[in-house]
Design a protein around this ligand. Structure first.
Ligand SMILES: [Zn+2]
Length: 576
């Protein structure tokens, strides 16, 4: 493609709303175009890269036995009511009505649709296993869309669903998808880490998230360098502090602690360590109609952070059905006092206690009384939990739940996730098959997603410098950009055309910058666009020479036209 004919508009300025490199660079290079907040279109170069990612996904999915289909983004509410997710999915589900008042949503995912297909088409064990997938536009009505393609309201996703006779079959399907994902992300040029993940709104038992390592990622992962433990922080299990078995329980004592509303304040005031205090977090919960239906008080050791994912899992409610309580309002109903809430004097609320508090003796907790705390609070004798379980975050430096070594934290971008759904959808929606003995059995399912447009952004996060994008060959919009220093110079123009035609004939994807712009402008654009191989045709053209440079390397080299072409083709074939 000749740039003089290409629809390309690069920007010199950094767009205001863009905060992270991928968002800035994809906008500046004219690869994506914002329509409204969280909704982007793809311009010629950006779309070529999206299609290349899709092609890699298709090849690996087909290789792993997947069959591609294409379903509508519009889904009727009845199917979501059958699975119980019309409410559970919450406000991120993009709902709409047709002219007759019938309710639909724009699908954020397609478990219901695929389950519906399979329950009507599959009746016998002979038709299993089955793996169906699609690459399709998805919708999520994000409260705060941001970071461009990272958290957008419309995005392209590959979603696959496996259907098996039993759990062993699901294990095999899951492993096949896991391996296909490793190949896909490797081919896209990503540095990634598969980590154990929470199953969230999708449900099911096991899940792994494929996380592209990046400081701007919204996933926080905990991993261990001594063993293979790697999990999202929401998911990672924690090691409880050692129980203090021998310590005798002292009598409770109310102490005046004026103005000590934080754990830091009270620990300093009483001269104790934060690990000897109990922290309270207060919440209100909502029912299916959005009405308040109760209060929750969660207690963790003072130095710990509450893990919201573990809390909502323990309460068995969706994440959007709980939020921090208005403490004044909650006080009237439960006796809590903002900043001074402890577990001993609360009433009429669900008390959730982190498991490690059971073994800790003579703790300091709020007295549910302004400016007072209670010393020597002991579980069992002085308070009890309605729910007792691990509700804390595995912090950096905490003991690895597998081997005990100190864990590390990393940030990452979730580019894919695989789930073992089991029979959650087949049971609620009646997707059954007849086994060898003509007995009805629920089909065992798995589901597997890849954020296609998010993968594009993640690649840019990992492959860029201050001047622009540095595309890996496999998903670069074009392989080579030829820059002609003086397009008016007949020799330069002819040599450039000849290189362009020879490269195309050899199967390369080539851009020819024949625009009547200053060389500086062209070089800036070439850096910004990030095409892997840069060939410059200038004064040396008269002597049959060109300048050869890889976008990722600093050095350039003057070589003969023949050598330059041969080198480009060799590199493309090795890396594409
Ligand atoms: Zn470990």
């Amino acid at each position: 493609m000749k740039l003089s004919r290409m629809h390309l508009k690069t920007l010199r300025e950094v767009p205001n709303e863009a905060e992270i490199p991928s968002h800035i660079l994809l906008l500046r290079s004219g690869m994506i175009r914002k329509l409204v907040s969280g909704v982007y279109g793809f311009m010629p170069l950006g779309w070529r890269s999206v299609r290349k990612i899709e092609d890699i996904i298709r090849q690996e999915m087909d290789q792993a036995g997947g069959q591609e289909i294409h379903m509508s983004a519009i889904q009727p509410s009845e199917l979501w009511e059958e699975s119980g997710r019309w409410f559970a999915y919450g406000p991120e589900l993009w709902r709409l009505k047709d002219r007759n008042g019938r309710e639909f949503c724009l699908g954020p995912t397609h478990e219901e649709i695929f389950t519906d297909i399979v329950r009507s088409d599959v009746s016998s064990y002979r038709q299993l296993p089955l793996n169906l997938y699609q690459i399709q536009t998805k919708y999520r009505d994000e409260a705060r869309p941001r970071f461009g393609l990272m958290r957008s309201r419309e995005f392209i996703m590959k979603d696959a669903y496996s259907f098996d006779k039993d759990m062993d079959g699901l294990d095999r399907s899951y492993d096949e998808m896991y391996e296909a994902y490793e190949k896909i992300f490797t081919r896209c040029g990503l540095e990634f880490r598969p980590v154990e993940a929470d199953t969230g709104a999708i449900g099911g038992s096991n899940s792994h998230e494929f996380t592209a390592i990046s400081d701007v990622g919204e996933s926080e992962i905990a991993y261990c360098e001594k063993c293979h433990m790697a999990a999202t922080v929401e998911r990672a299990g924690c090691v409880d502090a050692q129980p203090q078995g021998e310590v005798s329980q002292l009598p409770m004592e109310e102490v005046n602690t004026p103005g000590t509303k934080t754990i830091e304040d009270v620990a300093a005031f009483l001269g104790v360590d934060k690990t000897q205090t109990i922290k309270a977090l207060l919440f209100v919960t909502y029912d299916n109609n959005g009405e308040e239906n109760g209060y929750v008080a969660a207690f963790v050791r003072g130095d710990r952070e509450l893990n919201m994912t573990k809390l909502v899992n323990a309460l068995n409610i969706p994440e959007h059905a709980i939020e921090f309580a208005d403490e004044d309002k909650m006080s009237a109903a439960t006796g809590c006092v903002g900043g001074f809430t402890g577990p001993t004097r609360l009433h009429d609320c669900t008390i959730v206690v982190d498991s490690e508090l059971l073994g800790l003796k003579n703790m300091c907790a709020g007295a549910c009384k302004e400016d007072y705390h209670i010393k020597n609070v002991n579980y069992g004798r002085d308070y009890k939990g309605d729910i007792v379980t691990d509700i804390k975050i595995l912090a950096e430096g905490d003991a690895c739940p597998v081997c005990g070594a100190p864990v590390k934290h990393n940030r990452g971008i979730e580019v894919g996730q695989v789930f073992k759904l089991g029979t959650k959808y087949s049971e609620s929606m009646g997707a059954l098959y007849k086994d060898e003995n003509m007995q009805d059995k629920p089909i065992v399912m798995g589901c597997y997603g890849i954020g296609v447009t998010r993968t594009l952004a993640a690649v840019v996060e990992q492959h860029h410098d201050e001047n622009g994008i540095i595309w890996p060959m496999a998903i670069a919009p074009y392989h080579v950009i030829i820059t002609v220093m003086k397009p008016d110079d007949q020799v330069q123009s002819e040599v450039a055309d000849s290189i362009y035609n020879q490269l195309i004939a050899a199967g390369a994807e080539v851009m020819l910058d024949d625009r009547k712009e200053r060389p500086g402008v062209k070089f800036k654009d070439a850096d910004l666009l990030g095409i892997p191989i840069r060939i410059t045709v200038g004064r040396g053209a008269a002597d049959g020479l060109l300048e050869y440079k890889m976008r990722r390397d600093a050095d350039k080299e003057e070589v003969s036209v023949e050598d330059g072409i041969a080198r480009a083709i060799k590199t493309i074939n090795e890396e594409r």
